[in-house]
Design a protein around this ligand. Structure first.
Ligand SMILES: [Zn+2]
Length: 401
């Protein structure tokens, strides 16, 4: 009896190895509306592996990019061997088959982050010239967004010049994710307009005046942050990568949750680790998400006003106690809510103002130098290099398959 099962196991291993050689890697598109559990069921995998995850990782599964791309490695007999599914900009779900069954882990997406410099003379518009010469549409978007309140774009003429210093993640030679503009300069007929990003993630002009005019409102009357937004960090105790794509606010069960801005309810109901969720689509590509509610008060398709009560704080889904998980998305990408929600009415003052002035001085020197040297775009310095996770084949070879 023991002998047979040993040989069975041995043959199975050989078959697996053979099937690996015939396996093919597919670059697929995630089916809109499909949740991770549905994906597992499709491949005949028990959803119990999700229950084994901790709450943060399980919540991350609700962040799988709908319509996003992912990798699958499937054996010739149709058995799924591995899948790499991005959740946000930095981390991905790694689902793989092992001799003990399927396993899940959260691993970083390989990328290289550098500080780049772009400097060019306008031919038609800043937007179209950045797209044409830098080949980065998101940079063109960001540049237009951060300067639109201080520069009259209709007053820009051929020959006016711009310069941008920004951090950008690159993958396989292409930019991924939203560029992080540190300082931008638009020179129109010799008049220089600067924009600086401060350590509070907000943009200011030379005088320390905030440049974003429209802020989102607070989702709760009283704000107490219990867990901040992080795209990814390595947990030193758990020795694993974690992400938290929203800001958590502590509040008592039943506390009313308010819409951060006018908009249309695009989701209201249960969403995996997030429990009872409301999602509101706003103008300019912004979307807000309010998770772990005890009860949602609005329906899909309903229009809501800023400040309108949309539900109540609870602890539904993967949550350890009553709180609001507040998510903010720009064109489908999770961004830090602290960037767009005005939590205090005070502008820069005292220490904040002094820190801003020091930062401003440093960045003004950098960008003026770039601008005056009039050199084409180049990489400034290497900020961070993220180790490339093993390729699928290496992964299996390492495990002696
Ligand atoms: Zn949260």
């Amino acid at each position: 009896m023991v002998r047979i099962s040993f040989w069975r196991y041995f043959i199975l291993l050989i078959l697996l190895t053979l099937s690996l050689f015939a396996a093919k890697v597919d670059h697929k598109k995630w089916k809109k509306g499909q949740d991770f559990e549905g994906y597992l069921e499709k491949h005949g995998i028990s959803t119990a592996i999700v229950d084994a995850l901790d709450k943060d990782d399980a919540q991350l599964l609700s962040e799988i990019d709908q319509n996003g791309r992912f990798y699958e490695m499937v054996a010739s007999n149709g058995v799924l061997l591995q899948a790499l599914i991005p959740t946000g900009e930095e981390l991905q779900v790694h689902l793989f088959r092992s001799p003990e069954g399927y396993k899940l882990e959260i691993i970083p997406i390989a990328y290289k982050k550098d500080t780049y410099i772009t400097q060019l003379a306008v031919e038609s518009t800043p937007y179209s010239d950045i797209v044409k010469y830098v080949k980065n549409r998101l940079l063109a978007n960001e540049f237009t967004k951060v300067l639109k309140n201080s520069v009259n774009f209709r007053g820009i003429h051929k020959g006016d010049r711009l310069a941008i210093v920004y951090d950008q993640k690159m993958r396989l030679g292409l930019p991924i994710g939203t560029p992080d503009i540190k300082v931008a300069l638009m020179d129109t007929k010799g008049k220089r307009n600067y924009v600086f990003k401060h350590s509070d993630q907000k943009y200011y002009d030379e005088n320390g005046q905030e440049l974003i005019k429209k802020y989102l409102g607070k989702p709760l009357r009283n704000i107490r942050i219990t867990s901040p937004f992080t795209q990814s960090r390595f947990h030193p105790v758990l020795k694993r990568w974690k992400a938290h794509l929203g800001t958590d606010f502590g509040a008592r069960r039943g506390t009313p949750i308010m819409a951060a801005a006018d908009g249309k309810v695009v989701f209201s109901g249960w969403k995996g680790g997030y429990g009872n969720v409301v999602e509101i689509q706003h103008e300019d590509g912004y979307k807000t998400l309010y998770a772990h509610q005890s009860r949602c008060k609005v329906r899909i398709g309903q229009w809501v006003k800023r400040g309108e009560v949309i539900g109540y704080v609870g602890s539904s889904g993967r949550s350890t106690g009553p709180h609001l998980h507040f998510g903010l998305y720009k064109n489908g990408r999770a961004i830090n809510p602290m960037q767009m929600v005005k939590f205090s009415s005070k502008g820069l003052g005292g220490k904040g103002k002094a820190a801003f002035l020091r930062r401003k001085e440093k960045y003004t020197k950098i960008i003026d130098k770039i601008f005056d040297e009039n050199r084409p775009s180049y990489v400034w310095n290497t900020v961070e290099e993220r180790a490339v996770p093993p390729t699928m084949r290496e992964f299996y070879q390492k495990r002696g398959w």
